[in-house]
Design a protein. Structure first.
Length: 427
């Protein structure tokens, strides 16, 4: 089959939509399909592997097309060239929201023989006029977009029932059938550490991975900082690593500084752990840790470090070196938490807000804990539960790894996609 993925973002741009598109494209390419990805030009090169570096001679790489938008606003982009580029595909798989392209589907439907999938990844929400636009778009334009789709994908029924699309879907005269397919994770790349680093025990790391821009205001960094302050007041020693970047980063750093949490400079042996581009700086050297920690020089207990944007393929060591990963979302916008899935694949417990969609990524009290959204006290309590009991944390990590392999492994997700694509082409 010839498959086209349409996505508003793509790695190295961070975020679940782009990672999901990349994972699906690479998995389908491995299966021998002709896979093309269309995404707006962002001035960055894609990180698709070099075909010459592949050991499997049957492996075909997805071809990524960086299209120059006629108009662009945020992650939205008007790409009229898709009207002639998508004529000869079997499957067109659009990851929604993708403003500026989703609206082209009625025209694409007329000129293409492809079956069309609309893949609902998250609700779009914002304050002010932009929020009003999103509400209008969902009510007025989504029925037309639905009418173009042969099937609607969403990541979980739990989220879809609570989403802004549910009412529009139910009232639509031409609504397509729904398929529930979660995001996948490369469980070969994201796996438990072979050897746990010394600092994981002596100064456990709390990890947050996510965007720090206004588009991701709902990630709950301010709630996390308040919870960390409570842990600090309670005498709990920890280090929190915040991996991500965006226009709110300085604001969050100011909040951490005011709470006396921010790390300004801290050294392990010869390496500064504030250098986010060197994995060894973050992990340190085990022998050096023994020496430095043994001499009484340690990271300040209760410290927060903003390490900036970490390329997706370099995230595994961050998860592996953490004692716990936190997803303190404050609003029901995300359909799924790729961070929680990757953390479980790496064998560490996860604390996730009890919100539709993201809460199904973990199993409460088995692979992690659910917390009340926006409640720093509950978040601090659940983090403490994990940090205080190493045996419980290890058991949760093992359960999380098993859950990720069984439910989110890309081969499992790929099998589901393959079946759906084939059924669309040959009903």
């Amino acid at each position: 089959m010839k498959i086209a993925y349409l996505t508003c973002v793509y790695p190295p741009y961070p975020g679940g939509i782009g990672v999901s598109a990349q994972n699906m494209a690479q998995e389908m390419a491995k299966r021998g399909h002709g896979v093309h990805v269309y995404t707006p030009h962002g001035g960055v090169k894609s990180q698709i592997p070099n075909p010459k570096s592949q050991t499997n001679s049957n492996y075909q790489n997805p071809k990524v097309h960086l299209l120059r938008p006629a108009v662009r606003w945020g992650n939205g982009a008007f790409l009229p060239q898709l009207l002639w580029k998508l004529r000869d595909f079997d499957i067109i798989h659009l990851l929604y929201p993708f403003y500026g392209v989703a609206e082209l589907l009625p025209l694409i439907k007329k000129i293409s023989r492809a079956n069309i999938i609309v893949h609902h990844t998250m609700d779009a929400a914002y304050d002010g006029w932009l929020g009003h636009f999103f509400t209008w778009h969902t009510a007025k334009l989504m029925p037309r977009i639905f009418a173009c789709a042969d099937i609607l994908f969403t990541l979980s029924e739990d989220f879809f029932r609570a989403s802004s699309l549910a009412k529009v879907y139910q009232e639509s005269d031409n609504a397509p059938p729904i398929g529930f397919v979660p995001n996948g994770v490369d469980t070969d790349l994201f796996h438990p550490a072979q050897e746990l680093h010394t600092t994981s025990y002596l100064l456990p790391t709390i990890l947050f991975v996510g965007g720090l821009d206004r588009a991701h205001y709902f990630k709950g960094v301010h709630v996390l900082l308040a919870a960390l302050r409570m842990l600090q007041w309670g005498g709990v020693s920890f280090k929190c690593v915040i991996a991500g970047d965006g226009d709110l980063r300085k604001e969050y750093e100011a909040q951490a500084r005011e709470a006396d949490l921010l790390v300004t400079e801290c050294w392990l042996g010869k390496h500064s752990v504030t250098d986010s581009h060197n994995t060894e700086c973050f992990l340190g050297d085990t022998a050096a840790q023994h020496s430095v920690l043994g001499s009484g020089v340690t990271l300040a207990p209760g410290s927060v470090e903003f390490v900036g944007l970490v390329p997706h393929e370099k995230l595994p060591p961050y998860y592996q070196n953490a004692a716990i990963c936190v997803v303190p979302s404050t609003a029901p916008i995300e359909n799924f938490s790729i961070t929680a899935a990757e953390a479980q694949a790496c064998g560490i417990p996860v604390v996730v807000s009890d919100l539709p969609g993201v809460r199904l990524t973990i199993e409460d009290r088995v692979s992690g804990y659910l917390v009340r959204p926006g409640d720093p006290e509950d978040l601090a309590t659940k983090i403490f539960y994990v940090l205080e009991d190493r045996a419980r944390a290890e058991k949760m990590g093992e359960a999380g790894r098993a859950r990720a392999v069984a439910n989110f492994n890309m081969q499992v997700i790929g099998d589901k996609l393959q079946t759906i694509y084939e059924n669309l082409r040959h009903p």
